[in-house]
Design a protein around this ligand. Structure first.
Ligand SMILES: [Zn+2]
Length: 101
């Protein structure tokens, strides 16, 4: 894969990726995907370290209860649709003129 390895959870947002957490406990292997922006906000609100190496200890497996998470990138498959462009100042003035007649 040609995706750069992130240094912090913040990089996920820049890389346009979600975070996949996979439990490494033998026989468990539970996996979940987190939305990067929401996750960064969650960490920041608690003053937690956003470093890639520090983050796994924050995740406790909800299946087996162990803290043996492995972090990986999950590409966002559906691209974010940009919002429609705002009308420009000029369009706005033209609209006002049109309404006045
Ligand atoms: Zn587990």
């Amino acid at each position: 894969m040609g995706i750069a390895r992130p240094k912090t959870l913040h990089d996920l947002v820049k890389l346009n990726a979600h975070l996949r957490i996979t439990c490494q406990v033998r026989g468990c292997g539970r996996s979940a995907v987190y939305e990067a922006k929401g996750l960064v906000g969650y960490f920041l609100a608690r003053g937690w370290n956003l470093a890639w190496e520090a983050a796994p200890s924050r995740f406790r497996c909800d299946a087996c209860g162990q803290r043996q998470a492995r972090l990986s990138l999950e590409p966002i498959k559906v691209p974010i649709v940009p919002p429609p462009p705002e009308p420009t100042e000029r369009d706005h003035k033209a609209e006002i003129r049109r309404r006045r007649g």
